[in-house]
Ligand binder design. Structure first.
Ligand SMILES: [Zn+2]
Length: 306
C-alpha cells in the first residue's frame, strides 16, 4: 500500500481489503442508492447524431493468437443481478466458431480492476456519465515498428442507468461490451437509422440488436483465422481510435512519463459525441533490459440512447 492508500485506509476506518477496492478515487462504485429509477425517465438532451450510418473508428484490435481462432478467459466479477445477462451473452458469442470462451466467477469487483490476459466483466455505479457501458482494451507494443496486441480488456456496466433498466437494455449492453473485448469495432454509430440486428450497432431500440450478428462473426474470422482478411495484424503502429494528439509514433525509443489523454477521471462522456478514445498511453519506453514497450488503453463508449 502506498502512503496515500494507507492514509485513506485510516480515514475510512480501516475497512477490509474488499471495502478499500470499492473506494478507488474516493468514489464508491458499489453504492447503488443513487441510480436512475428507469432509463426512459431520463431526458438525455440534444446529443445530435447524423442521419447516415457511420463509424468513427472501424479499426479492429486483436489478441495475440496462432491464427486458428481465439481462446479467451472471461472473468465474471459481476454481482448476482447480472448473472443471466452474462451467461446469455457468453453463450451468444460462443456461437462464433472462431471463439473458445471459458468463464470463471471471481470476487465481485465494482471498481473493475484489469487483469492481464483476460477479459474482466463487471458492474458498478459510475454515475451520470453519459455512457451505459464501456470496454477498455489495453494494447501492448513490443517493437517500435511492430503491431500491438490486446493484453487485457475490462467491460463495465453502469448501474446508474442500468440498475432499473429492462432486461433487453441490459442484455444488449452486455453483448455489446463483451464484443469489444474480442477487438471488434462498432458496426454503426447512428442510433436513429435502421437497426442492423447485431449488438455492436448503436440503437435506441435494443430489442432489435440483442445478439451478435453475421457482420460481427465475419469480422472475428478476419481477425483470428489465418488467411482471412487482416488476420493477426494486431493494432498497427499508431494508436487508433479518436486519438487526440499524444499518441506519438516514430522517433527514437526513450524513457517517457505516462501520458494520459483522458477527458475525465470518472470516465465522463456527457456533452461529448464520442465513440472511442485513447485514454492512456505510456509512450515509447524501455525496460531495464532495454526491451521496447508501449501500452495504450482504448476506451469504447456505449452512450445513453433513447
Ligand atoms: Zn461500443
Amino acid at each position: 500500500m502506498g502512503v496515500m492508500a494507507i492514509i485513506l485506509w485510516h480515514f475510512l476506518g480501516r475497512p477490509s481489503a474488499d471495502d478499500v477496492k470499492e473506494f478507488v478515487g474516493g468514489i464508491d462504485f458499489g453504492d447503488f442508492t443513487d441510480v436512475l429509477k428507469n432509463i426512459s425517465d431520463y431526458d438525455w438532451g440534444d446529443l445530435a447524431f447524423e442521419e447516415d450510418p457511420f463509424v468513427g473508428d472501424n479499426t479492429t484490435n486483436a489478441w495475440k493468437t496462432q491464427g486458428a481462432g481465439l481462446s479467451l478467459e472471461l472473468q465474471n466479477a459481476l454481482d448476482d443481478m447480472w448473472q443471466s445477462e452474462f451467461d446469455i451473452a457468453v453463450a451468444d458469442w460462443q456461437e462464433s466458431e472462431v471463439l473458445t470462451l471459458t468463464t470463471s466467477r471471481v470476487a465481485v469487483d465494482h471498481s473493475c480492476g484489469r487483469v492481464d490476459g483476460v477479459m474482466l466483466v463487471c458492474n458498478g455505479n459510475f454515475g451520470d456519465t453519459g455512457w451505459v457501458g464501456i470496454n477498455e482494451v489495453e494494447i501492448e507494443y513490443q517493437r517500435q515498428d511492430g503491431p500491438g496486441f490486446i493484453i487485457s480488456s475490462v467491460a463495465k456496466m453502469n448501474e446508474y442507468y442500468l440498475n432499473n433498466a429492462d432486461f433487453k437494455k441490459r442484455r444488449y449492453t452486455m453483448c455489446h461490451e463483451i464484443g469489444h473485448g474480442f477487438g471488434l469495432p462498432h458496426t454503426d454509430e447512428n442510433p436513429h437509422n435502421k437497426d442492423l440486428g447485431n449488438c455492436l450497432d448503436y440503437t435506441s431500440t435494443p430489442e432489435n440488436n440483442q445478439l451478435p450478428g453475421d457482420a460481427n462473426f465475419q469480422r472475428l474470422r478476419s481477425i483470428y483465422i489465418r488467411g482471412e482478411g487482416d488476420a493477426l495484424g494486431g493494432a498497427n503502429g499508431n494508436a487508433n481510435g479518436n486519438a487526440n494528439g499524444n499518441a506519438n509514433s516514430g522517433g527514437s525509443v526513450q524513457q517517457q512519463d505516462s501520458v494520459v489523454t483522458s477527458g475525465g477521471g470518472n470516465n465522463r462522456l456527457r456533452g461529448r459525441h464520442l465513440s472511442s478514445e485513447v485514454v492512456s498511453d505510456t509512450g515509447h519506453r524501455e525496460d531495464d533490459e532495454g526491451q521496447y514497450y508501449r501500452r495504450v488503453i482504448i476506451r469504447h463508449y456505449l452512450p445513453l440512447m433513447e
